[in-house]
Design a protein around this ligand. Structure first.
Ligand code: HEM
Ligand code: MN
Length: 460
């Protein structure tokens, strides 16, 4: 094994050619997001009677899968010469997929037993969209044009039907973006409630760390550096090289009721006496950031910051008088400095919105009640430690952390039946009001997958 655990315990210097064999066998999108605006996510079921043909198809896909090294070189060519990279292709197996192929899966109870068997507060599988029920594999095709994605997908899947692979359903992802700016040439990613998303991530590569320092200086408030070996990478038991890695993927289709969320923001503002421009603070108290990304901890009103700040923590606000402890971003990352245990639950998020990306985000009369949302995706080294702790013990729980949180996560909490407590002043104790802000995000289905190494896929 050429790549040591120590190397993987800190952000990777991917330009080190000693790492290239490993990065050549690893799928892209794990160490760094692919950043493409459109995806087609195909949910696949294998015909057990045609497994030889199924394997042939997976081998063919394996040769097309975008490796980490290819993705990184293309990203660099884009930055330096403006040369756009090609279509990205990623492939995943579920536990049942491994079983049908007759191959021992990577170990882990969550992966083995499936998302529907876990205590996540979710609707039962029978209520999920059918294309999430009993799925063996997932094929993701991503690019910056809908047509390119569709063409590549048609090509990749052309022989599926005759080869025992059924496409049970497809989720189409479409990024939502703000106007481009100096630091964000493509515009910032936003989600359907209207908030900047995808800003805070565990950084797994040295060049991403350096870029971050160039944006916001040394990490005085929050250190985003993580080791890929802790946050995402798993040695692939089926890999054929000395350093074959994969990663677990959690996938959740989270539908957003934008109209009711936005009405509830107004109702919360009224309840807290936030009038005029101050009413924007109600939503910021739910999310922990204003719509433009301003962290609520740093200002009582949006400041249109550029870059979007990420070098902060909540140390001077232990009681949540500025930013509620149950605010989404604080709940899922309390940012206690040097708390290695707490940090160990973070994961690289790679989600993309679904639904009409061209709808008028400002037009209150056309806010959708469904049909839009987030295709939440995150890579995990251990699903139980990362995604499941975040969902079950943090977001869904009224108490986390330490019985001081005063409520569940108002964005991603599932099955919430309690009011949160809301401070009516900013930065000082005001009247604490109970108010239920919950259940505007509905889980429509999902699954646990593994992104195997390319050498595994190609030699099935
Ligand atoms: C951050 C929205 C679901 C984990 C954020 C941010 C927004 C947001 C607006 C702030 C941008 C940023 O700091 O990067 C949403 C919406 C969701 C959703 C609308 C559902 C429709 C989830 C789920 C998880 C999650 C299911 C995890 C299981 C996180 C994490 C952060 C974050 C870890 C970064 C927090 C930080 O480090 O400060 N989300 N989210 N989110 N979200 Fe979500
Ligand atoms: Mn608003």
């Amino acid at each position: 094994m050429a790549v040591s655990d120590e190397t993987l315990a800190q952000p990777l210097e991917w330009r080190d050619t000693a790492l290239w064999p490993m990065l050549d066998d690893l799928q892209g999108n794990i160490l760094k997001g692919h950043g493409r605006d459109h995806t087609m996510n195909h949910f696949l079921r294998f015909d057990s009677a045609k497994i030889a043909a199924v394997k042939g198809q997976i081998q063919a896909i394996g040769t097309q899968v975008t490796s980490a090294i290819r993705q990184l070189h293309e990203a660099e060519a884009f930055r330096e010469f403006g040369r756009p990279g090609g279509t990205n292709v990623f492939f995943f197996l579920s536990a049942s997929g491994y079983a049908k192929l007759g191959i021992t899966p990577p170990s882990g109870d969550a992966f083995k037993n499936g998302m529907d068997s876990r205590s996540l507060g979710d609707p039962s599988m029978s209520e999920w969209e059918t294309h999430f029920q009993h799925i063996d594999a997932l094929l993701i095709v991503a690019d910056d044009s809908v047509t390119k994605v569709a063409n590549a997908a048609a090509h990749l899947t052309a022989r599926f039907q005759t080869s025992g692979i059924e496409i049970v359903g497809v989720d189409a992802g479409h990024a939502l973006r703000s106007d481009p700016s100096l630091n964000e040439p493509k515009g910032r990613g936003i989600e359907h409630f209207g908030y900047v998303d995808g800003r805070s991530q565990p950084l797994l590569l040295v060049d991403e760390v350096q870029r971050e320092i160039s944006l916001e200086g040394e990490f005085s408030g929050w250190d985003p550096q993580f080791g890929p070996g802790d946050a995402a990478l798993v040695r692939d038991p089926g890999g054929k090289t000395p350093d074959s890695f994969g990663s677990f993927l959690v996938y959740r289709k989270l539908e957003q009721n934008v109209r009711d969320f936005k009405l509830r923001e107004k109702a919360l503002a009224a309840e807290l006496g936030l009038t005029g421009d101050d009413d924007e603070r109600a939503g910021a108290m739910v999310v922990g950031r204003f719509e433009d990304g301003t962290p609520l901890i740093s200002a009582p009103a949006a400041t249109d910051p550029n870059p979007t700040p990420n070098n902060f923590n909540y140390d001077d606000d232990p009681l949540g008088l500025k930013c509620p402890i149950h605010a989404h971003v604080r709940k899922v990352n309390p940012r206690v400095p040097n708390d290695a245990e707490q940090r160990s639950h973070l994961m690289p998020r790679r989600g993309i919105p679904f639904g009409d990306p061209d709808r008028d985000l400002e037009d209150e009369d056309s806010f959708p009640t469904g049909g839009v949302g987030l295709l939440f995706m995150a890579y995990n080294k251990e699903l139980e430690r990362q995604f499941e702790v975040t969902q079950q013990f943090w977001a869904n729980s009224f108490d986390f952390p330490n019985g001081t949180a005063h409520g569940a996560d108002g964005i991603m909490g599932q099955g919430i039946n309690d009011d949160q407590m809301w401070n009516s002043e900013y930065g000082e104790p005001g009247e604490e009001k109970p108010f239920r802000f919950a259940n505007f995000v509905t889980m429509r289905g999902g699954g646990y997958f593994f992104a195997p190494s390319k050498s595994f896929l190609k030699t099935l």
